[in-house]
Design a protein around this ligand. Structure first.
Ligand code: HEC
Length: 396
């Protein structure tokens, strides 16, 4: 029953996280686009810096951006902050449910590091808080005025974090924490810098004072950073479907490559919005993905175990029954698993045969299964599974 409720709690939180995350990133993309598409009003209007006409959902819209503020300050002013806060809150709730309460299953991998649950959770908390402190410090250092250098320094820092996490956590938890750290920085940018600066600006305007230009500039810069973080963070959030990435021995370096492709793609959109066409950014991002695909292509390892197919399959069945079926079965016996994870069952020979490529991917190439190697699979057993799949995955 507990495991069943866990599933529904996780479902609800994940769904909510995606819903508010879409709202946050959607408004962020919209305002970034809007800002670069504004044109001087026609005819010129005093106090108006730019205007934009658009059509959507059967109506024509005219948006104007004031250089300072309208003569009559509006009664209702819409703020955009709860999208960010709720995305972070639901994300943290999911992190707690899946990775803290399920630390033994998802956070800790004894083959990576033998750490206790409190230590693992401590590293998780430290990762998120120190990431924000380090980033904020970097922004407030002299680098603030040199955006390219700042970007490079931050890229090195994120790659170092990814590497460090792969030495402490399970492969998947390491990836997820890099994304959660970036997401925390984004939400903290909104909470600690962007919204306070806007609040100052609005209160200055309503009391007829001059808004603090430096704070405004700082908020604008953090907003640009958030813009570049979105695509890398989105990748991490879907990376769980791609063990070929997080399960690779060089997973942290792959992540750096994927992040670079995400940032380049975002930059291409930003340039395009400004009316500046760029020919090489998108092809470069595509080439990077292609290169990563080639680098991660599975290689034949170990000598193929050449004996008769029946004997080979008999061994495979025993291995899978011991190491996989405690979870992947119509009736799982592993504590905390109410149903076969991802609907994958290994109860019958036919189920084994039809899933052979996935078995090789998860248990041989990427070693992301058994989950956290909770069932203690040995390297020899992985070799036997690999040899069986390579020789045609025969079940009799
Ligand atoms: C402790 C429980 C547990 C054990 C043991 C385990 N798995 Fe999994 N498996 C999971 C969970 C949870 C998922 C879903 C999350 C994921 O995809 O990482 C999963 C997902 C999978 C998937 C992905 C299905 C898909 O289509 O994405 C495959 C394939 C898989 N396991 C194979 C194996 C193999 C092969 C073994 C044995 C070598 C094994 N698992 C052992 C828990 C387990």
């Amino acid at each position: 029953m507990g495991a069943h409720l866990d599933q529904w709690l996780s479902l609800t939180l994940r769904w909510a996280h995606v819903i508010v995350g879409v709202a946050w990133i959607g408004t962020s993309f919209y305002f970034n686009w809007l800002n670069t598409r504004l044109q001087p009003p026609e005819p010129p209007e005093p106090g108006v810096g730019g205007e934009l006409w658009s059509v959507h959902g059967g109506g024509l819209y005219r948006v104007v951006k004031y250089t300072v503020a309208p003569a009559n300050f509006p009664q209702t002013l819409h703020w955009f902050k709860w999208e960010a806060y709720t995305t972070w809150l639901t994300g943290i709730a999911l992190l707690i449910l899946l990775y803290w309460l399920g630390a033994r299953v998802r956070l800790i991998d004894p083959e990576v590091a033998r750490i206790s649950v409190p230590v693992a959770i401590g590293i998780s908390v430290a990762t998120l808080s120190l990431a924000w402190l380090a980033y904020d410090l970097l922004c407030r250092s002299g680098l603030e005025r040199r955006p390219v250098l700042l970007g490079a320094a931050f890229g090195v820092l994120v790659t170092a974090l990814a590497f460090a996490l792969t030495q402490a956590f399970s492969a998947r938890a390491a990836y997820l924490h890099v994304g959660a750290a970036l997401g925390t920085i984004m939400a903290a940018n909104v909470w600690r810098v962007i919204i306070p600066a806007q609040r100052d600006m609005v209160s200055a305007l309503t009391t007829g004072q001059e808004p603090d230009a430096a704070r405004g500039k700082q908020a604008a810069m953090r907003s640009v950073h958030n813009n570049y973080f979105t695509l890398p963070v989105l990748f991490v959030m879907i990376s769980g479907h791609y063990p070929v990435t997080y399960g690779h021995p060089w997973s942290w370096a792959l992540l750096a490559g994927l992040f670079a492709a995400g940032v380049a793609t975002r930059h291409w959109f930003n340039l395009r919005n400004q009316g500046r066409r760029n020919r090489w950014l998108l092809p470069a991002a595509g080439t990077a993905l292609l290169a990563l695909a080639v680098i991660t292509a599975p290689r034949r390892t170990g000598a193929a175990v050449a004996d008769d197919a029946a004997a080979q399959f008999a061994r495979v069945r025993v291995i899978v029954a011991q190491r996989c079926a405690p979870c992947h079965s119509a009736a799982p016996t592993y504590p905390g698993f109410a149903a076969a994870p991802a609907g994958v069952m290994f109860d019958t020979p036919e189920q084994l045969r039809s899933r052979a490529p996935r078995i090789a991917e998860r248990a041989v190439t990427t070693k992301t299964m058994p989950l956290g190697n909770l069932t203690g699979m040995t390297p020899e057993e992985r070799q036997i599974l690999g040899a069986w799949v390579r020789s045609g995955a025969r079940v009799r």
